[in-house]
Design a protein. Structure first.
Lengths: 223, 223, 223, 223
DNA sequence: TATGAATGAGAGTTCATTCAT
DNA sequence: GATGAATGAACTCTCATTCAT
């Protein structure tokens, strides 16, 4: 009977470890089903089947469908909406930095997982206000902070002239959503995607610099 | 003042007018429920109750839930997404015209009905591709055509310098969605909405003209 | 006012005439639908559509679905289950007469309309006892009467030796249902139908005559 | 007498035994409702109520109404249509054997469960062709095989003279359906049922032997 | 802890029947 | 007399959730 005292600890440890793995397993199944059918269209049975667990197990890990949905959204927002952190640290020219940022923003926005989350968040925003906030803070807000931080730096260096860096960042963000993002969200076909992407990036940068760049006479916009 | 003209109207009323009225009645109920719960979340019973008809009547007018949903989306896209037609004809200065257009675009995009439709269309785009197209063609496409048509006119007059008017129109459209539209779609609170709206409009116009305006030395951006 | 008295008569006449035609029209539609789907599976809407009348008209002619069903069954039993009347009058030999009767019986039993009615009657017998009686009296009973009447004649002539002509007729009737009828009722495939029919007829006659024929001077019927 | 054999049984009982019991419970309820109302007329709610389970449980055991119907038919055909196997092994005289077989056939055909299945199968044969086959193979086909096997034996012994034993068996089967079976299928009243049954049996045997018996001069029909 | 059988409310849909026109 | 819009009950089937094992 000497082993018994250690048993609970191990068990707890094992269980927690296994629990964590099973939790992930469930969330992976949930992602597939919620992505394909949305919140209302998804059924707990389908999720259980997809995840390879029983329905009872689902309810051991998540109190109900809403909780599971929230966990799925939060996990995926946290994991899939993060980028463009280190770009500005390379000592590139403002234009090249903006181009790099624009490229990352575009890529992020039109990634299948972002689009899936966007669709779900927008559609459920009225019923899950907290999730919309999570999405916003994990994705757009971080991107805007990075962007506005970089803009402030440029203003300090005198390479940009911007009164409201946060608003300017939002405008740049909007410019990056021209054409491709809108169409993808509507599931509409898009020809020459790579080409269009370059065009969106180049023109976002060009317009932004035309409006906020300093001494436009020295600048040469490329394309 | 002869009685005859009213006769056909009455006959029409008797024959199909009531049906048409009931159809509208159903679509009104459907709008309330679909808007609140989305496609999957809406129940035919709830729609019938909201519309004040029996469930059977629903199915006398629409073959099934999908058809009713499609009819609801099409009707509302057709009726609620139309604007900004006559603005450019008023002979205003380019800047003032752009401001007027921007204002109409912003107002349209953040109108409750537009937001509701946007939410539903984006969320159901994978399952109802046709409806996304309907939405796009009723709303954004028309706005972009109006906009790019006006731009082409300005280019011809030499007041703007634009290589790709359609793309430029799309950028202007994107700029109009800065801050307010994004936040509304996510159901996030927005303080000083009127003030923000002015800011979005002014800066959209300012950035656009900075990029595409001619002889910037003569221009005076207002706010 | 002199014209009025004749009006009702004419109207009645016209209406009755048209009514009769419309009644038939409805019953024709009902036949198609009841035949295909049975009583429970048939819908009044489908019958109205098939008959080319409105649902309201259905209820002007028949009080409800049961009545319409009863009318359909009675009409078709009366019209489709009648045969083999004149055969025995032709002065053929007993064997040839029996063969002719057997052929008519087999043909009647396996006619699509008989099978359809049989299916419907058997399946609804517990719920519509009267219809089963109608079917029996329109079809089998008449056939048996014809048969037993002929048998009685033969007994009187000394060409058959039968104690209970009605029962013997029923046996002959049963013998005619060997193989083909049973299989058809179960919708089972049957190869060489014409050949099988000959076999059934020949053997029904042969067995019947072996049991009830006279020429075998040694026969002693007991019972 | 060892306990171990019972262990697996218990395990089985625990694992799927309860499921099996519930399945039977459902099928029992289904039998009552399908028997009373046929396939179309039966409702899953009524079956659930009759079986004492919830509607959801019905669908845990059977994918849909058709599957439940098929399971009900197959189970009952398998269980209720089996008989007359050992009769011919007793060393009875041909006549007595035939009488015993006829009695079993008649009893089988007019048993309430056979009649119920016959009604349902005949009425649904066009929509469930497989079930008609199941019925045929569980009931009539087996009876005919038994019968024709015995006939072949008699032919080999010289007590019967039959060219086509299978066809002769079918004829005997038909003769056994005289009067009683036909009337029961039509739900028509029948007086003196026991007496009629004897008559049908006696005469079926008599007619069959008159047609297929050898040296009729030695034969003495009894009863 | 993991299971999946069980539940019953509610989903979309169809139906026989009525009745104002 | 003929129509077909309207009804609401009843249909088949699915669902989130519970709980004994």
């Amino acid at each position: 009977m000497s082993a018994t005292p250690s048993k609970p600890a191990m068990v707890t440890h094992l269980c927690t470890g296994e629990s964590e793995a099973k939790r992930e397993q469930i969330l992976t199944g949930a992602k597939a089903i919620f992505a394909a059918h949305g919140f209302e269209g998804a059924s707990m049975s389908a999720i259980a089947r997809e995840a390879g667990v029983s329905k009872g197990t689902l309810y051991n890990y998540f109190a109900n469908k809403c909780d599971l949905f929230a966990a799925f959204v939060e996990k995926n927002c946290r994991e899939k909406l993060q980028v463009l952190a280190p770009v500005q640290q390379l000592g590139l020219s403002p234009e090249k930095t903006l181009r790099a940022l624009a490229r990352e923003i575009v890529r992020l926005i039109i990634s299948p997982e972002s689009l899936m989350l966007y669709r779900i968040i927008v559609s459920e925003a009225p019923h899950f206000p907290h999730l919309a906030t999570t999405f916003w803070q994990s994705g757009p807000k971080r991107a805007l902070e990075t962007l506005s931080g970089w803009i402030e730096g440029q203003v300090a260096q005198g390479t940009l002239k911007v009164d409201d860096p946060i608003f300017a960042a939002e405008q740049f963000f909007s410019l990056c959503q021209t054409r491709i993002a809108h169409r993808k969200r509507f599931n509409m076909p898009l020809e020459n995607e790579a080409e269009e992407e370059e065009k969106v990036i180049s023109n976002a940068v060009r317009v932004f610099l035309a409006a906020y760049g300093v001494s436009s006479s020295e600048k040469t916009t490329t394309d």
